[in-house]
Design a protein around this ligand. Structure first.
Ligand SMILES: NC(=O)c1ccc[n+]([C@@H]2O[C@H](COP(=O)([O-])OP(=O)(O)OC[C@H]3O[C@@H](n4cnc5c(N)ncnc54)[C@H](O)[C@@H]3O)[C@@H](O)[C@H]2O)c1
Length: 253
């Protein structure tokens, strides 16, 4: 078990990729704090995992608010202990009728919401988790970017691409700041992964992506979770500031 006696915190923990990451961390012995915005589903998931003998704590929080992130972080630390592994996974990609809005159509409020959920939340949680990691001289931070943050992709809107690109910059910068404290910061850049996020676009769009992906298929949440476990593990102790594509060869840069 790679994460015995480790505490992980995962944002967007109820989603397709988030729940796979939670499962993979639990399978390696971690205690896991789950943060999401769906209270009903959160309570059910918490109950299910606890019944299976896992140590988990679900906290309902809208991560676009620093105060809610702080309350969630404090509750998880009190229940499970200091956070060793932070997975900044949460992300949204709003569409209208299955289509990403162009810059001239986009309501400013939608831009602001995506920036706060996809980018500011990562800063909030990293701000909260790093003092304990610095004190312990150990920590792992994994940020969820996207290949759409590295290459033009007309399926998503600019707010999504911009926040995912910004995360790559923040990952590199935080890795530089935290390296002397033995805290690593890396990012994952998934391609098209079969999760509820994809249901917002027509099936033909996802089929077309599979066709232009080197491995000729979409990815699974478990395939992203495997890469996340690698970054969180001791095997990646000398890897920091990196962004790893988990995209089957789609939008290779
Ligand atoms: N699915 C893909 O193809 C794909 C590709 C590249 C990157 N990603 C990234 O992977 C991450 C997970 O994506 P997913 O496909 O599992 O998405 P998902 O929609 O299945 O899950 C997202 C989760 O985040 C939660 N959430 C949304 N807004 C929130 C908020 N304000 N506060 C707290 N929780 C909130 C949702 O309730 C949901 O459980 C995201 O960052 C996404 O951008 C996904």
């Amino acid at each position: 078990m790679r994460f015995n006696n480790k505490v992980a915190l995962v944002t967007g923990a109820l989603g397709g990729i988030g729940s796979a990451i939670v499962g993979a961390l639990l399978a390696e012995g971690a205690r896991v704090g789950l943060v999401d915005v769906n209270a009903e589903a959160g309570k059910r998931f918490d109950k299910e995992l606890s019944a299976a003998g896992h140590q988990v704590t679900y906290v309902n929080a809208n991560v676009s608010s620093f105060a809610e992130c702080e309350a969630a972080f404090t509750a998880i630390k009190a229940q499970l202990g200091e956070v060793d592994i932070l997975v900044n996974n949460v992300g949204i990609s709003p569409k209208r009728d299955g289509r990403a809005l162009k810059v001239w159509e986009m309501p400013p409020e939608e831009w602001d919401t995506v920036v706060s959920v996809n980018l500011s939340s990562m800063f909030y949680m990293t701000r909260l988790a790093t003092p304990d990691m610095i004190k312990k001289r150990e920590g792992r931070i994994i940020n969820m970017s996207s290949v759409a943050g590295k290459a033009y992709c007309d399926i998503v809107a600019a707010h999504y691409a911009a926040t995912k690109a910004a995360l790559i910059g923040a990952t590199r910068h935080w890795a530089g700041e935290l390296g002397e404290y033995n805290v690593t910061v890396n990012a994952l850049a998934p391609g098209r992964i079969s999760t509820p996020l994809l249901k917002m676009v027509p099936q033909e769009t996802n089929d077309a992506v599979a066709q232009v992906t080197a491995l000729k298929r979409l990815g699974t949440p478990e395939e992203v979770a495997d890469a996340c476990v690698f970054f969180a593990s001791d095997q990646a102790r000398f890897v920091t500031g990196q962004t790893l594509d988990v995209a089957g060869g789609w939008l290779m840069t």
